[in-house]
Design a protein around this ligand. Sequence first.
Ligand code: FAD
Length: 308
Amino acid sequence: SQLEEARRALDAPLFADLAGDAQVSFEFFPPRTEKMEQTLWEAIQALVPLGPRFVSVTYGAGGSTRERTHATVARIQSETPIPAAAHLTCVEASKADIREIAEAYWEAGVRHIVALRGDPPVMGSKFAPHPEGFAGAADLVAGLREIAPFEISVAAYPETHPEAQSGQSDLDNLKRKLDAGANRAISQFFFSPDCFFRFRDRAAAAGIDAEIVPGILPVSNVAQTRKFAAMCGAAIPPWMDRLFEGLDDMPAARQLVAATISAELCRKLYAGGVRHFHFYTLNRAELSYAICHLLGLRPKADAQEKAA
Ligand code: FAD
C-alpha cells in the first residue's frame, strides 16, 4: 500500500541528499498593532526570497479581521512578487457580504481564496450559519465559484475535525468541497507522518485526487500549542512534552529543538512523496526558513530582487 511504501522510504533520504524540488507556502495572520505589523513584514521579507507558491493571510474568528486581512493581503499582492491568498469564513456574513468581500479581492488582483466555514466568535459555542449566509465551507466554495474564477483552497483534517460525526463523514465533506470547485486541500497541523499518510490513503480511496498539502506548525511553545490543538482536532504526542522538558528558560535551545522536530517531520513526509509544504509561520520567519533550508530551498535571485 501507499503507507507501506512511505514506511519503507522513511529511512531515506538524508537532508544532505534532498533534491531541492520541494515547494512551500506560508501562512500569516493579520497584525493588530504597528509593532506586530513590523514583525510580520520582516518575516514576509525574509521568506519571500524562497519563492513560495503563495502566501496566505488568516481571517479572525467571526470576521473580526475583515479589514486587516484585506489590507495585509492587498499589500502582499502589490509589494511582493508572490501571489497572496485570502482566508475567508462564513461566520456572521450574509451571501451579499461574502460577494462584496470577494469582489474587492478580485479587484485588488487577488486570485486565491482559502475558503472556510470558520468558528463562532465565542469559543466553545456551536456554529450557526447566518440566516442569509452559507451553511459551511462546501457551500461557500460553490458561492465563490459563481463570483469569479478564483483558485480555491479548503481545509482538511488528518485527525478528523472535532465536530465531525466520523472520520468518513469528514472525508465525505472534504470531497464535497473539492467537488464544489476547490483546487486543493491544506491540512490542519499534525505531528505524526503516519497519520498524514493514512489520511492521504483514505482520501485516495474515497476518490479524492486533488492535492492535499500538509500544514506544518513549527512548535516552540508546547503549552500554547496544546490550547490550540484541543480546539482544532490535533493531538500533541507525549514525546513532544519530553523533548521540550526543562527548556522553559532556554529560548535558543527551544528553537533548535523545534526546528529539529519539524524538519524531521518534513523529511519523513518528503520520503513519503510530499513535495508541497504549507507552514503556519505565526508571523516569524526563523523556524520556517531553517526548515525550508534543510529541505533544500535556497533564495531565488528574482524573488529576492523584487522583495528588496
Ligand atoms: P467545513 O468543511 O464546513 O466542516 C465543518 C464541520 O462540519 C466538519 O466537522 C464537517 O465534517 C461537518 N460537515 C460539513 N458538512 C456536513 C454535512 N453535509 N454532513 C455532515 N457533516 C458535515 N478559521 C478561521 O476562523 N480563520 C481562518 O483563517 C482559518 N484558516 C484555516 C486554515 C486551515 C488550513 C485550516 C485547516 C483551518 C483554518 N481555520 C480558520 C479553522 C476552521 O475555520 C475551523 O476548523 C472550522 O471549525 C471548520 O472549518 P471548515 O472550513 O473545515 O468547515
